[in-house]
Design a protein around this ligand. Sequence first.
Ligand SMILES: [Zn+2]
Length: 90
Amino acid sequence: MEIQEVKRFHKPRKPENEIRNFQHVKILDCNEPVSRVIYECWHCKQGLLTEVDVTSSQFLEVECPNCGRTAIRLMANKAISTTPIPSPWQ
Ligand SMILES: [Zn+2]
């Protein structure tokens, strides 16, 4: 299993987003057709585990099950499941 840890930098579309413009993201199984992505919700900081189908790459917005807003934007085919988890970064 390969583990890749990155800090994603977002280009803020609104000035108020400039204050916190990065997000912890950890990608597991990044060499598999189904990857697991561990991250914190962009809005409420809920720790989340999403299984994503990465057999093709398209712009994908994953909804947070905790606050209902867009938790993260990924390049993937589709999100298979999203599970709230304790954040590894808190
Ligand atoms: Zn959230």
